[in-house]
Structure formats: structure tokens, C-alpha cells
Design a protein around this ligand. Structure first.
Ligand code: ADP
Ligand code: MG
Length: 599
């Protein structure tokens, strides 16, 4: 026997947020497919005509509805999914307001055809503009088929707001795609006339479904991962910094299987890509967050697209920490291959500080107190000083196609435009932007020193005295704490004068006076004093890294190139500079053949 359908009591209906349920054909599609999922369907077929305006038919092989219950389906607040207020907080189904079928029936012509497995005869109900036209016994397969015709026929004003047929159709397909992502065990098909718009059946693995939204570009430039942080599990796919979009629409996230719009999770994604991709660009991401039921409240938004978390801070921290860790592997060896872990994030480090800074990976670099400078490349310090401590993780098996590229394995062929290093790597040609590469190295190292207390710092034999304009002096005073976090020791010394007593060893070979003045000047001019403390700190590091990095237009010696490459092999995020521009470009032999028209 199936569950009983009841009419919700008044107090409960008031508590459930009301709202426009049916905005456009895609909303109907979503509600019908969700009902099919709630009915335990294993195959769901969606047929559209004219973008769903003329016809939407959803056929499922779920549990069906008993003949006696079927007429209740279209009653307002008729649902079989909750009976008491208490149930609301423990909801595991997608529907629960008992409003969708009622709303759909009031703005279209609906035919419901349904049969349970136990019954031999099915039921056909037709209903027009909300009024039941006919109920008869009818033969049909077990399961439910809902046909919705002439959407908004009774409300022409509404119909006018619909977009082009093709737009409405793609919204319908998007709605099903999201549900297909969230329900990997279920087969979905969407068609319009003889065209198949979406077909995900059993043959599609869970990983394949991840790329339904981002397409082939995404598949080629994605990191697939699955991690657990305490009570939270986060898995999915993230684009490498090489693939970005001009808006955040390609970030899709699900919490406990529900698709979300504009969520905390999406904000955490964007924050994690800061300093890895260019400003105002957005990644492609499909993420599934699993959180214990008692920590989420799904009854916030009438369309159920938003959830409220009991512990927002911990979730934000966990999501950023997982994503930043995953991203940090990219470019380390040129590909998305996951190397052995070079850091791990202890549970207790996941706290939340407002502004979103927490959850940064606690990189366990062993910094030597004082580094030897081996070569003349400004700011590059001894390899040994940064030996990462490896922590093998059996779960960390690479899911991606391995594209291994170790910078130290490349042959240095020469320099072009005194800026780009040309490297040969067996089957491919690799171009490295020397400035961008060095910038990323300095940025990552300053960042990891800032995590140490005390940070490595090198005392100057003679303090550097800097006279500044009153304007610059006051900006520097604002930054003095952050500068000390990375190893500077700066003491105000009379009016508008400071004495620099110690510097980060990484920068010790440089003209410090100029570096500080230029950095402060640029921060002042580019508005880098705004944002969260974390953003300000990263901006300071990025500006300083840019100023300290070897410039374009400088000839590099072979030794310097070698040192740069081995540094690149040991830092995270080696794929792009802190402004999000690429550090290196790989041209495969395949592409070379194409260029030479051999293919
Ligand atoms: P809700 O899904 O919020 O309960 P709906 O208006 O979407 O409300 O559906 C009302 C009721 O009709 C559901 O609770 C369910 O019992 C029944 N129903 C609707 N569609 C189906 C279906 N495809 N298979 C089985 N039962 C269905
Ligand atoms: Mg429903």
C-alpha cells in the first residue's frame, strides 16, 4: 500500500513559505521530476513540445498512486510526504508543500495516468484550469505519467513573460540535468519531437554525470575529488585555473542532494579561487556537500533552492579548505595529477574567522631559520629550506588522467623576448613566463612563512632607514602587523621615518627600501586596503611578490632557470601567478602537428 495523502492543517500551511511555484515550463518540469524521484522511480522520461509551453510529459516507473488517492493529488496542500510539524525538519523527500500539482493544474490542462504495482487497473484524471473534468479507470503500466498541456492558457499575461522557445527548452533541460546530477542511480531522458536533448542512463557513471553541465572543456580541465572533513563530505569536480567563465553560473552545488542557488557553498568556491584566477573570472564547479541532516534547514525558500546551515562558519571553512587543497595540486606538475600530499589539514585548524579566512591549509613546510642563498636569482632561496614533508594518503589516489610535468625534468632550450623560457619536454614544448613563475613562487613562500610563528626573518647588519611622505608613512603603519607576520621588523623612527631591522630571508638580496615604497604605493593606488583582513594580506603578498619577482626583459642564466624550475616543482598553485595569469603554456606534439598541417 502507498502512503496516505492528507490535507495539511492550517497552522502548518502558514508555516510553509508560500510563493510562486510555477514561473515557467522549467518549474513544472522540476516539480514533476521531483515527484517522480520521490516516488522511487528508476527511469524518468521527459517529453517537451515548444520548450514545454505546448506540452510537458513526465513518465516514471515509480510507486504510482492508488485509485482512491489519485483525486486528492490536485488538492491544495495535499501531500503524502509529511503529516506533522516535526516532520518538516527531518525531511528527506524533495516535495513537501503539497502545492505543486495543485498550482500546475490551475494554470494548464493536466492529465494524470497512474497505477500502483498492486492494482490491476490504473486511473486517468483530466483536469483543466483547476477543475476536474474526468476521472476514469484506465489501463496503464505501473508508475505515473503526467501530461501538462497549454501552460498558462488561462493566464495570458503570464505567458507573455516567457522567453523564446529555445530558451525555455534549455531551462527545462538544465532543471533535469541538475536532478540527474543529484540522483546518479536514476536514468533520465529528455526529448523534444525526435530530438534527444539529454540521455543519462545506467551507462553513465557518477563521474561522467559531473561533466553534464560544464561539457567537454570542463572534462579536460577538471579535478575530480572526494574528501571528508569531520562531519562533512565534499566531492565533485573543479575546473583548473585554465578554464574560467565570465560569471558564476557554472558553479553548481548541491547540499544533501538538493541543488542550491547562490549559496554559502558557491561563495566558498569563489573565495577559494581568489589569487588563482584573474579577478572577475569564475570557475566551473560541480560540488556535492553532505552534511548531517540536523545541521541544515531546507525550509527557508519556497522553491527550496536555499538552505540554512546551523554552523555556517564550519561549513565555509571546510569547503574552502578542501577546494584550496585540491587546487594547490594543479600546476605543481603541470597537470591535474594529484601528487603525494605535501600538506595535510588537521581537523582543529578548521575554525572560522569572519571574512572567510579560516580553513586555509596549514602547510607544513619546514622553513630553515635562515636560508643560504645559492644563486643569484633574486629572492630564490635554497631548495632544502622548503623540503615539504610528504604525507601519503591512501584515499588520495588520482582520479584524473595523469598528465605529469615536472619542471625540473624539462630541457632548457633558450629564452624568447627576454621573458619567456622555452623548454623541451619530450613530446611537448613548454613556455614559461619567468616573471609570473617567480611571482607565484615568492607569493606562496611568503604566504607559508606567514603561517609560522615566528616567521623566518633575517636581521640586517645595518638597519635601512626610510624617509617617507606622510601619506605613505600612514599606509605603512596600517600594514605594519601584516609585514611583521611575514618576517619584516619595522620600527617607526621619528616623524614619517621608519627603520627596517629585519626582512624575510626570501627578499634579503633585494633593494628593500624601493620594495617597501613601491609596494605601499601600489596598495594605496589600487585600493588594496579594502576587503577582509585575509584579502588585504593576500593583496599585500601579491603586490610584494610582483615587485620582488625577476622582471620580464631580463636574461636569465642556465643556473637561474634550473633554480626557478625546481622551485616551481615544490610550490602549490604553480599553474598561475597571483593575478591569475598562466605561469606556463604547454604545446603538445599533437598541436605542433596541427600547426604544421601534418594532420
Ligand atoms: P508534494 O510533492 O509537495 O507532496 P505535489 O503537489 O507535488 O506535492 O504532489 C502531491 C502528491 O501527489 C504527492 O505527495 C504524492 O503523494 C502524489 N504524487 C505526485 N506525483 C507523483 C508521482 N509521479 N508518483 C507518485 N505519487 C505522486
Ligand atoms: Mg512535489
Amino acid at each position: 500500500m502507498t502512503k496516505k495523502i492528507i490535507t495539511l492543517p492550517e497552522d502548518l500551511t502558514a508555516q510553509i513559505a508560500a510563493g510562486e511555484v510555477i514561473e515557467r515550463p522549467a518549474s513544472v518540469v522540476k516539480e514533476l521530476v521531483e515527484n517522480a524521484l520521490d516516488a522511487g522511480a528508476s527511469n524518468i522520461d521527459v517529453e517537451l513540445r515548444e520548450g514545454g509551453v505546448a506540452l510537458i510529459r513526465v513518465v516514471d516507473d515509480g510507486e504510482g498512486i492508488e485509485a482512491a488517492q489519485a483525486p486528492l493529488v490536485f488538492e491544495r496542500h495535499a501531500t503524502s510526504k509529511i503529516t506533522t510539524l516535526d516532520d518538516l525538519s527531518r525531511l528527506s523527500t524533495l516535495g513537501f508543500r503539497g502545492e505543486a500539482m495543485h498550482s500546475i493544474a490551475s494554470v494548464s490542462r493536466v492529465e494524470l495516468l497512474t497505477r500502483t504495482n498492486e492494482e490491476t487497473a490504473g486511473t486517468r484524471i483530466t483536469i483543466e484550469g483547476g477543475r476536474t473534468a474526468d476521472i476514469i479507470e484506465a489501463g496503464c503500466p505501473a508508475g505515473t505519467s503526467v501530461k501538462v498541456e497549454d501552460l498558462f492558457f488561462a493566464t495570458p499575461a503570464r505567458k507573455k513573460f516567457l522567453k523564446k522557445t529555445s530558451t525555455e527548452q534549455s531551462h527545462c533541460v538544465d532543471a533535469v540535468t541538475k536532478l540527474a546530477l543529484a540522483n546518479p542511480g536514476v536514468g533520465f531522458r529528455v526529448s523534444s519531437g525526435s530530438r534527444t536533448l539529454l540521455d543519462v542512463r545506467g551507462a553513465h557513471s557518477e563521474t561522467d554525470r559531473l561533466f553534464l553541465i560544464g561539457g567537454n572543456d570542463f572534462r579536460k580541465q577538471a579535478v575530480v575529488f572526494d574528501q571528508t572533513r569531520g562531519r562533512y563530505r565534499l566531492w565533485g569536480a573543479l575546473s583548473t585555473p585554465m578554464l574560467t567563465r565570465s560569471n558564476a553560473k557554472a558553479i553548481t552545488s548541491f547540499v544533501n542532494g538538493r541543488p542550491l542557488r547562490d549559496s554559502l557553498v558557491n561563495r566558498a568556491v569563489i573565495t577559494s579561487y581568489r589569487r588563482i584566477i584573474e579577478p572577475k573570472r569564475y570557475p566551473v564547479a560541480v560540488l556535492f556537500l553532505e552534511v548531517p541532516g540536523e545541521e541544515v534547514d531546507v525550509n527557508v525558500h519556497p522553491a527550496k533552492l536555499e538552505v540554512r546551515f546551523v554552523n555556517e562558519g564550519a561549513i565555509f571553512a571546510a569547503v574552502t579548505s578542501v577546494i584550496m587543497e585540491e587546487l594547490s595540486f594543479i600546476g605543481m606538475h603541470g597537470g591535474t595529477e594529484r601528487p603525494e600530499r605535501f600538506f595535510s589539514i588537521p581537523e582543529r585548524d578548521i575554525g572560522y574567522s569572519h571574512g572567510g579566512g579560516a580553513g586555509e591549509p596549514a602547510v607544513r613546510y619546514h622553513l630553515a631559520g635562515k636560508s643560504k642563498r645559492m644563486i643569484t636569482l633574486p629572492g630564490t632561496i635554497s631548495q632544502d629550506a622548503f623540503k615539504p614533508r610528504y604525507e601519503a594518503d591512501p584515499e588520495a589516489a588520482a582520479v584524473n588522467e595523469p598528465v605529469s610535468l615536472r619542471f625540473t625534468d624539462l630541457d632548457y632550450l633558450g629564452q624568447v623576448a627576454a621573458t619567456y623560457l622555452v623548454m623541451g619536454g619530450g613530446e611537448r614544448l613548454v613556455l614559461i613566463d619567468q616573471h609570473a613563475a617567480h611571482e607565484r613562487i615568492i607569493f606562496e613562500r611568503l604566504k607559508s612563512s606567514a603561517r609560522l610563528a615566528p616567521p623566518p626573518s633575517q636581521r640586517l647588519l645595518l638597519p635601512d632607514i626610510i624617509d617617507m611622505t606622510p601619506g605613505l608613512f600612514s599606509v605603512l603603519m596600517e600594514f605594519i602587523d601584516l609585514m611583521e607576520e611575514i618576517g619584516f621588523e619595522i620600527v617607526p623612527y621619528g616623524e614619517n621615518t621608519v627603520s627596517i631591522r629585519a626582512v624575510p630571508p626570501l627578499l634579503s638580496g633585494l633593494e628593500i627600501r624601493q620594495l617597501i615604497v613601491d609596494t605601499i604605493d601600489e596598495i594605496e593606488n589600487t585600493g588594496g586596503r579594502r576587503g577582509s583582513l585575509d584579502e588585504i594580506r593576500e593583496n599585500l603578498l601579491a603586490v610584494m611578490a610582483c615587485r620582488a619577482a625577476i622582471k620580464a626583459n631580463r636574461r636569465l642564466g642556465r643556473e637561474e632557470v634550473r633554480a626557478l624550475c625546481s622551485d616551481l616543482d615544490t610550490i602549490p598553485n604553480a599553474g598561475t601567478c597571483p593575478h591569475g595569469r598562466p605561469v606556463h603554456i604547454v604545446i603538445s606534439s599533437h598541436e605542433l602537428e596541427r600547426l604544421f598541417k601534418r594532420r
